[in-house]
Design a binder for this molecule. Sequence first.
Ligand code: FE
Length: 165
Amino acid sequence: MYKVLDGSAHPLAPKEIAIPAMPEDERIWVPQAEGVWFRPMMLNTLQGQWCNLLRVRRAGILSKHLHPQPVHGYVIKGRWHYLEHDWVAETGSYVFEPPGEIHTLTVPEDCEEMITFFNISGCMVYLDENNEQIGFEDVFTKIDMCRQHYIDVGLGADYVDQFVR
Ligand code: FE
């Protein structure tokens, strides 16, 4: 056992995070695209990983992307599927997206809103229909998006810091 100063964590241990998953303040949702938002929860700069909620309020194709590293998902509300697979992720579903997976996220017409928790490692590599890269996201681009949005909505540039480790 290491010697603790206050009976809890080692002084060098990162601070814990305990927050309502569903924020009361709508401004906490960061716009990602038309009808798409994410809610940051844990932005892990040490391991290149992040946890967030994805909220979608439009039907159709959202993005085609490659995951170089694993993703774990849990569907809180609604449903969605990947064009490349024949299963549907329903409310309450757990989804594992293995490294190397390429898929096209799609929300069905009869789903008004889907909310899914994702734990994403590494990055998202966005692809066009020919699998050519057209963009990427990693924990740092997510932090930058949050920071700019929280400035824009008046929460302040440092609001995102509570989610960063
Ligand atoms: Fe994915």
